[in-house]
Write a protein that binds this ligand. Structure first.
Ligand SMILES: Nc1nc2c(c(=O)[nH]1)N[C@H]1C(S)=C(S)[C@@H](COP(=O)(O)O)O[C@H]1N2
Ligand SMILES: [Mo]
Length: 495
């Protein structure tokens, strides 16, 4: 087939349009996520100051404890969705809503390319493409355009760039995105190592974003500048059909572009005005997908003791009230962990009771939702063993971990809930030790949850009460946890 006869079939235009619609959502929601911890690193210790790039002007204090929530930056709703301060939950929900659409669109595009012979448009069939592309690059570098005849269908350089974006950059973004799922890399630690760890994957995902932005800018500039107006007409007829007049094509394409812009504006305004409504709608799609893809994965991490992070970040200040203070002063001698609700045998366990149960140690990576990581050895008792002792009743659906009141969370105390099957994993423990020492106060003394397939916010510190309930309505505002209630996070947290 002569490649000049390929034309632009209707499916290709639709794929191109959906892709453009998705890409801007992915970029804007990605930026929102980045703004919550606007620092990028090459190793998983995230030592303060070791970032290779940092956005924003905030400086963290060196003379007192700070938490990673203090490090979040504001971002404009023009660039990010939904914009603003610490709207990471909504940003993530947009990202994970659009990703499946974008991936399905990409797969159908590639499938159709090969089913129809359109692949010839993108994949060079002769090695001569390389010297030709070089010639073309030299021509562009001298601020000239290669002759129009070399653009049928694509100029060699253009063809190579398009092929690289479709067959290299897009899969690369998917691969580096997946490597940020705590569940996936807890089950398959080698997968994170392919990218030099989770921070490597995160940094590469960002570099991929820069390449994508660069590509979009150059792509648009070229379409407009090179061989004007033929390419613009071509771009417009992307939306019309070959038979339509150029006026109709122009009207249709303008409408299509306005639709994308209008949709973004409306989505941004809606998300900002109705954060709860958006959370509830988005999570009905996002959470089942997360459970489907990552729910069955168990953590099998075995980092070496020598991998432990020296300065592990902190999120959530220790409680300051008299109740907690008094117990801390006596080494939590009077602390009791209450296990209650829908159980056959309610329990009240002291720290010594916990220490008499079988102990498990695990050296694992912590993945905060904001982006930082750290490696530590945690020691404690398996939640499985605890459940054996308290024996949940048949009606128990959810297990809720409640913390002491922390003054920073005035409306309520911190808590997180899980379906019972989610806490059965081999590396789900109540930790009373960190790196061989009693749990330090900033990391959750006297006892905290570790559930290594989840993002950090699910791992409640300063534990004081575990409750088994039939429905989420029985905990907090009913969305599955403190951060779900007040920061609109999803409750599955596998990525
Ligand atoms: N009680 C309580 N538990 C909490 C938090 C908190 O603010 N309060 N923050 C969560 C978040 S967002 C993270 S990332 C981890 C941080 O654990 P670390 O401070 O030990 O690093 O604790 C989680 N557990
Ligand atoms: Mo976090």
């Amino acid at each position: 087939m002569d490649t000049t006869d390929l034309g632009f079939p209707i499916w290709l235009r639709i794929n191109h349009f959906i892709n453009l619609f998705c890409i801007f959502f992915l970029m804007r929601s990605g930026l929102q996520i980045l703004a919550d911890h606007p620092k990028l690193y090459w190793d998983d210790h995230c030592r303060p100051g070791s970032e290779w790039v940092k956005f924003g002007k905030k400086k963290m204090p060196t003379n007192r404890l700070f938490t990673s929530m203090d490090e979040a930056e504001d971002v404009s709703p023009v660039f990010a969705i939904p914009g603003g301060h610490h709207n990471l939950g909504a940003g993530r929900n947009w990202h994970f809503l659009i990703v499946p659409l974008w991936v399905l669109n990409g797969l159908s595009y590639v499938g159709l390319l090969f089913a129809t012979g359109q692949w010839r448009r993108l994949i060079p069939t002769s090695w001569s493409v390389i010297p030709e592309a070089w010639q073309s690059a030299l021509t562009f570098a001298s601020l000239h355009a290669p002759p129009q005849s070399s653009f049928d269908p694509y100029d060699s350089l253009q063809q190579l760039v398009y092929a690289a974006v479709v067959f290299v950059l897009a899969p690369f973004m998917i691969a580096t995105g997946l490597a940020q799922s705590p569940a996936l890399i807890a089950r398959y630690p080698w997968y994170a190592r392919l990218f030099g760890g989770r921070q490597g994957a995160r940094s590469l995902h960002f570099i991929g974003l820069l390449l994508m932005v660069g590509y979009v800018l150059i792509h648009l500039t070229m379409v407009i500048l090179v061989h004007f107006p033929r390419d613009v007409e071509r771009m417009f007829t992307m939306f019309g059909s070959p038979g339509t007049s150029s006026a109709a094509a122009f009207a249709l394409s303008t409408a299509a572009l306005l639709f994308v812009i209008g949709f973004h504006v409306a989505a941004t305004v809606y998300t900002r005005r109705h954060p709860r409504g958006f959370q509830e709608r988005a999570t009905t799609i996002v959470e089942p997908l997360m459970r489907f893809f990552f729910g069955g994965l168990e953590s099998h991490q075995r980092f070496d003791r020598s991998d432990v992070t020296a300065e592990h970040h902190v999120n959530g200040y220790p409680p300051e009230n008299g109740d907690y203070r008094r117990q801390a002063e006596t080494g939590f001698r009077d602390w009791r962990l209450r296990v209650s609700g829908l159980v056959d045998r309610p329990l009240e366990l002291s720290l010594n009771d916990l220490k008499r149960m079988p102990k498990q140690e695990q050296t694992v990576r912590h993945n905060c939702i904001q982006g930082w990581t750290g490696i530590a050895t945690w020691g404690g008792v398996r939640v499985q063993d605890l459940l054996h002792r308290c024996r949940p009743k048949p009606g128990a659906q959810w297990i809720v971990f409640h913390a002491f009141v922390q003054e920073e969370y005035a409306p309520d105390h911190y808590y997180e809930a899980f379906r019972l099957d989610e806490v059965q994993g081999p590396q789900t423990i109540l930790a009373y030790e960190m790196n061989g020492r009693p749990l330090p106060s900033q990391h959750g003394a006297p006892c905290r949850l570790r559930l290594e397939t989840k993002v950090g916010y699910k791992m409640v510190k300063y534990l004081r009460h575990i409750e088994l309930v039939a429905s989420l309505d029985q905990a907090g505002l009913g969305h599955g946890g403190y951060r779900e209630d007040y920061q609109f996070y999803d409750k599955v947290a596998s990525i």
